[in-house]
Design a protein around this ligand. Structure first.
Ligand SMILES: Nc1ncnc2c1ncn2[C@@H]1O[C@H](COP(=O)(O)OP(=O)(O)O)[C@@H](O)[C@H]1O
Ligand SMILES: O=C(O)C1=C[C@@H](OP(=O)(O)O)[C@@H](O)[C@H](O)C1
Ligand SMILES: [Mg+2]
Length: 182
């Protein structure tokens, strides 16, 4: 069996949910292109995400994020991992829903914290109390992520490849997204 993507699969969810890692594994399993909006923004700016936040501010980053997502959704069908804030903007949600299928990687706060606490690559967590910041973002954002087309739950015992398999199982319920061929 081989699978063909008819729409771009757009990974959404909190920082540390695994959008980048699982998105990459999913794209490999589907033999589809992998795109990551943060990586594209970094490439275009020739700066890291923290550098962009520091020099130009979050609102500038959000403008770039919107432009990059619009461009990537036009360019090719594949797996697009977004940054955690992207799905918060109604304009992005509308675009993602019309051109692709959104998949929320739903991980609980403990699991997210265990994955992000040792990293300093996320400017929104470069504050005196990063756990409080993450907790607030989590509670503010969960109702919005819940609007995604599909939800895949992440659990501590699962590997990145297990998660990619779970996403494929969810996509199999959507023949308008994933076409299975012999
Ligand atoms: N089962 C898993 N699913 C997703 N990420 C995992 C898993 N196990 C370990 N990780 C690690 O957790 C981190 C998730 O971060 P990342 O993929 O960058 O998330 P996001 O892009 O959603 O912020 C990575 O370092 C990844 O290797
Ligand atoms: O949640 C957010 O607002 C952000 C998440 C990050 O991406 P990941 O979710 O891939 O870490 C990155 O876009 C930026 O630091 C802002
Ligand atoms: Mg990411």
């Amino acid at each position: 069996m081989r699978a063909r993507l008819k729409k771009t699969v757009v990974m959404v969810g909190m920082m540390g949910a695994g959008k980048t890692a699982v998105g990459k594994a999913l794209a490999a399993a589907l033999h589809a292109p992998f795109l990551d909006s943060d990586a594209e923004i970094e490439k275009a700016a020739n700066m890291t995400i923290p550098e962009i936040f520091e020099r130009d501010g979050e609102s500038f980053f959000r403008v770039k994020e919107r432009q990059v997502i619009a461009r990537l959704l036009e360019e090719k069908k594949g797996v697009l991992s977004t940054g955690g804030g992207a799905f918060l903007a109604a304009e992005n949600r509308d675009l993602i829903t019309s051109k692709g299928v959104s998949v929320w990687l739903n991980a609980d706060l403990d699991l997210l914290w265990s994955r992000v606490k040792h990293k300093d690559t996320r400017p929104l967590l470069r504050v005196p109390d990063p756990l409080s910041a993450l907790t607030k973002l989590y509670h503010d954002r969960v109702p919005i992520y819940a609007q995604a087309d599909l939800t895949v739950v992440s659990e501590p015992g699962l590997s990145i490849d297990d998660m990619a398999e779970r996403v494929i199982a969810a996509l199999r319920t959507r023949p308008d997204v994933l076409e299975m061929t012999e």
